[in-house]
Write a protein that binds this ligand. Structure first.
Ligand SMILES: C[S@@+](CC[C@H](N)C(=O)[O-])C[C@H]1O[C@@H](n2cnc3c(N)ncnc32)[C@H](O)[C@@H]1O
Length: 460
């Protein structure tokens, strides 16, 4: 039996013994095992038998042969790698060949990598960019790579932007990333969110979590048409984008809704709100991160399946809707999340760590909360998870559609500051009563302001 030790001993003999061993193998599995266990290769290693393996029918053999050639750093193998990079049918092997070409660090490898930049597969192009970036700072390479800013693929242009253009376009901010304006901390403003956002500075919020009005399904806000409703949300989320700090999150809680039929002669209409808002959020620069599904117990939702239960006729099937979405977005940036985290003191990072149990998947089972005054309040548990997973202690979090203030109260209980807007005076007044009854909400003074009072606090 061939063991790792045996392979290691043969390798050191430096007389082509490994090549002979490989040739004696009757199947791809044996060859792969040898190649996988070769490890570091001595300078005098004879790899002349390797190029033939690039044509082997077993893809694992081809992959490991490509990797092994990469280790040899022998430019005479470049033409074989080039052929594999351009022609192999397995993407992983093509990528490996590109990276092995890059490892040769020669003028010749540069020329081949330029050719590979024209590949039809963006993953291969990115691999060639990565290999060429080793030469960053040399005129010819920089010129070739910078030109890719016009490439049709978004991942390619993002990489090139970060490497060559991001620094020059870096914005200067009035406040350090972790800090926010005092007059925005623990404030509720009673007005249309759009009017309020227009008067606050850009780059103010660390996190926004909100549940927008459900088009015309509830009484608290009515729109003349679905289009008018979507236009309204587009304006709110564009303003929110401007007011959000670099690389921070927006989480939108929505679900498809149903507007009931006017009579038995007509049908009800269903509106896919999450799917209709996604495209404009993404267009304005909110980068899609995750879709979390909030699942409620079936007994807590409206029964739609009752009719079907009786008649059992196909086409008449209407399942009970027990889910809502939490769509998670991040404000576009060329910086990694690590950059955001590094802005905080070590102490804050430690204190903000999520302790104990946490949700490991994107299906969150949480009971809904019912409230006598407001018909669509967030459950506290939902807010807790969002605050803990997407913000740090001392951050300023925002809910444009404050409602009964659940998100603000929860954020405050977790040592974050909040800023809420709510246009309906009934709910604004209700929030005030909530404060009185809620010691946590009351701990640090909360200000309830009209927009004109709020303006005065800004100009102070
Ligand atoms: C789905 S509810 C949010 C409930 C909230 N998440 C809670 O836990 O109580 C949406 C809220 O947005 C408010 N709203 C609607 N249009 C608004 C606007 N233009 N500006 C501010 N608030 C608005 C409604 O009055 C309603 O209270």
């Amino acid at each position: 039996m061939i063991t790792k030790q045996y392979i290691d001993d043969l390798k050191k003999e430096g007389n082509g013994a490994i090549g002979k061993l490989v040739k004696s193998q009757s199947d791809g599995g044996g060859i792969t095992y040898i190649l996988e266990n070769l490890g570091y290769l001595p300078k005098d290693f004879d790899g002349s038998w390797l190029p033939a393996l690039l044509e082997h029918k077993n893809k694992h053999v081809r992959l490991w042969a490509t990797k092994t050639i990469g280790k040899l750093k022998d430019h005479t193998f470049i033409p074989y790698l080039e052929k594999t990079a351009l022609e192999d049918e397995v993407t992983e092997i093509r990528r490996e060949a590109v990276s092995s070409i890059g490892r040769q660090h020669s003028e010749n490898s540069k020329k081949i990598l330029y050719k590979i930049l024209k590949d039809h597969d963006p993953k291969i192009v990115c691999q060639a960019i990565r290999a060429l970036l080793v030469f960053k700072g040399t005129n010819d390479v920089d010129k070739k790579l910078k030109a890719l800013i016009k490439h049709q693929n978004e991942v390619v242009t993002k990489v090139i932007y970060k490497e060559y253009f991001a620094k020059a376009n870096e914005k200067k901010f009035d406040k350090p990333h972790t800090e926010s304006y005092e007059y925005l901390k623990n404030v509720v403003v009673n007005d249309d969110v759009r009017e309020v956002l227009k008067i606050i500075p850009n780059d103010s919020f660390h996190l926004t979590f909100t549940s927008p009005p459900y088009y015309n399904a509830r009484d608290y806000s009515i729109y003349p048409s679905y289009k008018a409703y979507l236009d309204f949300l587009e304006e709110v989320f564009q303003l929110t984008y401007n007011k959000t700090k670099e690389g921070r999150f927006l989480i939108v809680n929505t679900s498809p809704i149903i507007i009931p039929r006017i009579s038995r002669q007509h049908s009800s209409k269903r509106y896919p709100i999450p799917f209709d808002i996604h495209h404009f959020l993404s267009e304005m620069g909110w980068e899609f991160i995750d879709d979390i599904v909030w699942v409620k117990p079936e007994a807590s939702v409206k029964n739609r399946v009752g009719g079907f239960m009786q008649h059992r006729k196909p086409l008449g099937y209407k399942p009970n809707s027990i889910t809502e979405y939490l769509m998670v977005y991040r404000k576009q940036t060329s910086k990694l999340l690590d950059w955001n985290i590094r802005q905080y003191d070590q102490k804050i990072v430690e204190e903000s760590k999520v302790k104990g149990e946490y949700e490991s998947n994107n299906v969150w089972h949480i009971d809904p909360t019912f409230n006598k005054v407001h018909s669509a309040v967030f459950p506290i548990d939902l807010c807790k998870r969002v605050v803990e997973y997407y913000s740090y202690k001392g951050d300023l979090v925002f809910d444009p559609f404050g409602g009964s203030g659940t998100f603000g109260r929860t954020a405050k209980s977790l040592d974050r500051f909040f800023f809420l807007t709510e246009q309906d005076t009934k709910y604004f007044e209700y929030m005030k009563t909530n404060v009185k009854n809620d010691s946590l909400f009351n701990e640090r003074k909360t200000q309830f302001l009209t927009i004109s009072d709020f303006k005065k606090t800004i100009s102070k």
